[in-house]
Design a protein around this ligand. Structure first.
Ligand SMILES: Cc1cc2nc3c(=O)[nH]c(=O)nc-3n(C[C@H](O)[C@H](O)[C@H](O)COP(=O)(O)OP(=O)(O)OC[C@H]3O[C@@H](n4cnc5c(N)ncnc54)[C@H](O)[C@@H]3O)c2cc1C
Length: 458
């Protein structure tokens, strides 16, 4: 990025342009995943959609590599770019709910912003499990979390977006305007433009019966075998992702369990609280439960439960797959790798994407795995950069063992960028890939928006 383009942008921007000499440059460029260390030539902290358009125009006119940062949570660090321009949407975090129950979220809003605003208005939008994740990145990739079986993916509640396109123009994308673009936004990631505002249908969920039930990790074969049968038969109101983890050393958990390797399910029941015990009874009867912390709570309490345990700045390495059947061989692989999690924060989660999420038409959105029953993710995590190789090796070994038992593609929001990316992205969109590439050609023929799980124009 040369001095002329920096000067042009600095003049035109209503927000701030942060440059490498600025005292807060390191803070402004920091990503959630400290494994990724990128140094943009400039960071446009956009005050509003017109700033976004300005930055897009300057990047296109001057041939500058461009990245768009929403919440900065992306595992692969796709919110930033070395030597190029970062559009930073973090000043655009407003969320409001209008009288029709439509939620308007700024492109840089975090899930915690959305949860707080919707709860105050008497409802919720189904999003992810950590409040500090960005609404923009999570939504555009699909969005799985504590309410997926009840309400579908986050994209299933998306009713529209304002998008700054590669040519600098702004369009509304919804069922009536730019329907192809709206289809592509629902799963196709940041490939098609910058969403400066996202609009969602709100649902009347406020209080849930939620929390973990944990078992010692040696019971993983029994618990996972029971869970795979149980969850598929459970009512839509029951959400619960299976996890292999180490109990964090915090007072939230009994001292005798802290730092023990366990398996468990994080439940979230949206039906009548009086019914929750009966619904969960079959799982409570499995083996010997080590901790049962399921209780009624406001949804935002669940949504923010783990925020303090996962601050930014750790090393994260991700691998993901879609799963239709958890066969016996997979159960054995999970039990084996679960017993030797390499660091206390490393974990495996299996998010159910059946029930409401599976009843949306296979071709209604760009999300290509409506027939999957789980979105599975292995994450190697540790605060210490010296552990990066170890957590990466463990995650890759675990993933390689499981991958032959899965559906082939993975969830684009839970992937790194580390080789064979074109093929991996193609697999993740299956027969939607060619349509996405054609829509990309229409809206971004020069592939300006390429710092993402990229779909080059057809
Ligand atoms: C701790 C943690 C927990 C997570 N939990 C979940 C979960 O429960 N469910 C789930 O589905 N995912 C989860 N994720 C994955 C998450 O969805 C992705 O990391 C996602 O990319 C985060 O979005 P972001 O805006 O924070 O990321 P960023 O790093 O800012 O951006 C990621 C990508 O999205 C694009 N992007 C972001 N905002 C916009 C926008 N407004 N317009 C256009 N493009 C945009 C960027 O260009 C980039 O390509 C989690 C991630 C972490 C680190």
């Amino acid at each position: 990025m040369d001095a002329t383009s920096v000067a042009v942008l600095g003049d035109r921007l209503r927000g701030r342009l942060v440059q490498p000499d600025d005292a807060d440059y390191d803070d402004a460029r920091a990503l959630y995943n400290a494994m990724i260390d990128k140094r943009p030539a400039a960071i446009a902290q956009c005050a509003d959609p017109s700033d976004v358009a300005t930055a897009v125009n300057v990047a296109r006119e001057h041939g500058i590599d461009l990245a768009v940062r929403g919440g900065g949570h992306n595992g692969a660090g796709l919110g930033s770019v070395d030597g190029g321009l970062m559009i930073d949407l973090s000043p655009m975090r407003d969320v409001r709910v209008d009288g029709d129950g439509v939620v308007h979220a700024g492109g840089g809003a975090l899930l915690g912003d959305l949860d707080a605003a919707t709860h105050a208005a008497g409802g919720a939008v189904p999003v992810g499990i950590l409040g500090t994740t960005g609404v923009g990145g999570l939504t555009l990739g699909g969005g799985v979390g504590n309410l997926t079986r009840t309400l579908g993916l986050t994209i299933d509640s998306l009713v529209g977006a304002d998008v700054v396109l590669a040519d600098g123009s702004t369009v509304i994308a919804d069922e009536r305007h730019e329907p192809d673009l709206f289809w592509a936004l629902r799963g196709g990631g940041g490939n098609f433009g910058v969403a400066t505002s996202l609009r969602y249908r709100m649902h009347p969920v406020t209080t849930v019966v939620a929390g973990p039930i944990l078992w010692s990790v040696d019971q993983a074969p029994d618990v996972l075998s029971a869970y795979r049968e149980f969850i598929g038969e459970a009512p839509d109101e029951l959400n619960g992702y299976f996890a292999l983890l180490t109990v964090p050393p915090v007072p939230l958990f009994p001292e005798e369990l802290q730092l023990k390797k366990v398996c468990g399910v994080l439940w979230c029941y949206t039906g009548s609280p009086d019914d929750a015990d009966a619904v969960l009874a079959p799982m409570r009867a499995v083996g010997k439960v080590a901790l049962d912390a399921v209780a009624p709570m406001p949804l935002p309490a669940l949504q923010s439960l783990f925020d303090p345990l996962y601050p930014p700045g750790h090393q994260w390495y991700w691998r993901t797959d879609f799963v239709q059947e958890i066969d016996d061989a997979s159960v054995a692989i999970h039990a084996d790798f679960g017993a030797r999690l390499p660091t206390p924060m490393t974990a495996m989660h299996m998010y159910p994407v059946d029930a409401a999420a599976s009843r949306v038409g296979a071709n209604d959105t760009a999300w290509a795995y409506r027939d999957a029953r789980w979105c599975q993710v292995i994450v190697g995590v540790d605060p210490d950069p010296a552990k990066a190789d170890e957590i990466r090796a463990y995650t890759v070994d675990y993933w390689r063992a499981l991958h032959p038992h899965t559906m082939g593609g993975g969830y684009v929001n839970m992937m790194m960028v580390d080789g064979n990316d074109r093929e991996r992205v193609r697999m993740s969109y299956r027969d939607h890939y060619d349509r996405l590439a054609r829509i990309k050609r229409e809206y971004d023929p020069g592939n300006l928006f390429r710092v993402n799980q990229n779909i080059p124009p057809a």
